[in-house]
Design a binder for this molecule. Structure first.
Ligand code: NZQ
Ligand code: ZN
Length: 511
């Protein structure tokens, strides 16, 4: 017998084949897996079956009782009969009384995953909080740079990007500080946005040739990420790409100090680096505890020169680092939820001010500190599932060299729209209420849609970012390949599970 049913998780249709024997298995639930989202489905017979079963049982009981008036039954028969009747009633009650059923005309499905998640929440998982980066925050803190460098090394490898630090005077300032304190240095310039593994190789060669024992990154996330990989690759004899692939053992790493010039990635206070391999269009993030910067200098005035476009992309990135944790299947702590909502609200408020007035200290300071706290490990303690939007964005910037924050700004609203369903819409409502000040409505689904509209208004009207791939000149040529890279061979186990077909669907929605 074949049944066409809808998966209670991803709502896609799937065919269930059941043999005759399976139909009468009352105790053991029949485990199946949804071929689309891979969630486990547990089959139970409809309560109608059990009512029928009970009626038949009572009818037989009544019939036998009636017969026993005329025919003498052996005692063993009665014994067996009572055992069967008790077992039958027991089965009826345990199955009939169970909740959490998902109904589909003739059969009933129980979405077991929901139960499992709830149990996990009750278990109260523990976590380790360990952020070893020392932060100097505010103007003029750079005066402490030389003293900090001298704690960790003798010769500096100075890493920077395409020239913004030369144009805004920071390069001269850092070089002067180093020479005034007799700190020798070698340079790695032109680290590109979405840094390439080739720059890591180049940087490692310079560091080894010049005997540098400390890496100083001056720039945005790309420069810092690349510097982290150079520091780790210094001790790795094979190709640095192995570090991205997780093939390298990072047991030694040069100390890293950063001077942040763009509020966005949080790389200044975390152990992650994201590197692109242009040859095979792969962009992979990898984290190693030794890649935490020892010290980071966060001077908001250094971000005054960031243009409108990068300010918008950076703000979007900060916002989404929090949002990826906020939209997680597991319940969070109230404290962490409030912190996440606070960071997102802060970004919404101050990104608009920074766009209108680039040298507004309060705005730049709020964005900079939000950037660090959005992704340094504090808020993600209860998060157990993978990030979905970042997984889908990284292949996009690997193929099209798109700015990371822009790619996310296109993908996130479509992903959230795709993931929205009745059982998770409360999260959208809390997001709309606590981040965008929307009033609560009885119709939660309608409110969830309004929350998504508020997000889109912020991204596309206030930050003025592109809303579609088409506007960025991206078509569907690589969708399947990109979806494969995003899924890395298995469904993204995120806010809702996403397999390759889902990711392709979301990319299509972004066109
Ligand atoms: O290269 P220069 O000349 O420095 O110019 C940069 C670059 O063109 C410019 N810029 C930086 N500071 C400036 C400035 N222009 C004027 N004034 C300043 N003060 O801005 C442009 C973009 O810089 P980039 O460093 O690429 O931006 P961002 O900080 O957004 O970094 C993006 C990279 O970080 C990765 C992204 O995937 C992307 O490769 N990420 C890293 C993460 C991490 N380490 O935890 C997490 C993120 O999710 C993200 O994936
Ligand atoms: Zn990001």
């Amino acid at each position: 017998m074949k049944y066409l049913i809808k998966c209670p998780n991803c709502q896609k249709e799937l065919v269930l084949e059941e043999n005759f024997f399976g139909r009468f298995r009352l105790v053991i639930s029949h485990n199946k897996q949804c071929p689309h989202c891979k969630v486990k489905l547990f089959r139970h017979y409809s309560s109608n079956y059990y009512v029928l079963y009970l009626i038949v049982l009572l009818a037989i009981l009544f019939f036998l009782y009636f017969m026993s008036i005329f025919i003498k039954m052996p005692t063993i028969f009665w014994l067996l009969f009572i055992i069967a009747a008790v077992l039958g009633l027991y089965l009826f009650f345990i199955h009939y009384c169970q909740g959490n059923f998902y109904r589909d005309s003739t059969i009933v499905w129980r979405f077991k995953k929901v139960n499992r998640e709830q149990k996990e929440v009750k278990k109260v998982p523990g976590f380790i909080y360990d952020i070893p980066t020392k932060v100097y925050f505010g103007p003029d803190q750079l005066d402490n740079l030389a003293a900090e460098i001298k704690k960790y090394g003798h010769k500096v490898l100075l890493c920077y990007g395409g020239g913004s630090i030369k144009r805004n005077g920071l390069y001269d300032r850092v070089c002067l500080l180093l020479s005034n304190h007799d700190i020798p240095y070698a340079e790695v310039a032109n680290i590109e946005p979405n840094p390439h593994v080739e720059s890591v190789r180049r940087g490692r060669d310079v560091a080894r040739r010049e005997n540098c024992d400390l890496v100083l990154a001056v720039g945005g996330g790309s420069v810092i990420d690349c510097a982290k990989f150079i520091a780790a690759a210094y001790y790795w004899d094979k190709d640095p790409w192995d570090i991205s692939l997780g093939k390298a053992e990072v047991v030694s790493c040069l100390p890293i100090i950063t001077i942040l010039t763009l509020a966005a990635t949080g790389s200044e206070m975390n152990a992650t680096g994201v590197i692109t391999n242009e040859e095979n269009h792969q962009k992979i993030g990898a984290s190693y505890p030794l890649m935490f910067p020892k010290v980071s200098f966060l001077d908001p005035t250094l971000t005054y020169s960031v243009n409108k476009y990068q300010t918008s992309c950076g703000s979007a990135d900060i916002f989404f680092h929090v949002l990826e944790v906020y939209f997680n299947p597991r319940e969070s702590m109230f404290l962490l939820d409030s912190m996440m909502e606070g960071i997102m609200k802060t970004v919404v408020k101050y990104s608009k001010i920074a766009l209108a007035k680039p040298d507004d200290y309060e705005a730049r300071a709020n964005l900079m500190w939000s950037s660090s706290w959005a992704i340094n490990g504090l808020i993600k303690e209860y998060q157990t599932h993978r990030w979905s939007a970042h997984a889908m964005e990284h292949p996009l910037s690997a193929y099209y060299d798109l700015t990371h924050g822009l790619g996310l700004a296109i993908i996130v609203p479509k992903w959230l729209q795709y993931a929205l369903r009745q059982e998770n819409c409360e999260r959208y409502c809390a997001f709309g209420h606590n981040v965008f000040d929307l009033p609560y409505e009885d119709d939660r689904m309608a409110m969830a849609h309004k929350a998504l509209d508020a997000l889109k208004k912020y991204l596309y009207e206030e930050l003025e970012l592109n809303r579609s791939f088409t506007e960025c000149g991206i078509d569907d040529t690589y969708f399947v390949k990109m979806a494969n890279d995003a899924c890395k061979g298995k469904a993204i186990d995120g806010f809702v599970p996403l397999n390759i077909d889902d990711v392709v669907e979301i990319y299509k929605l972004c066109l």
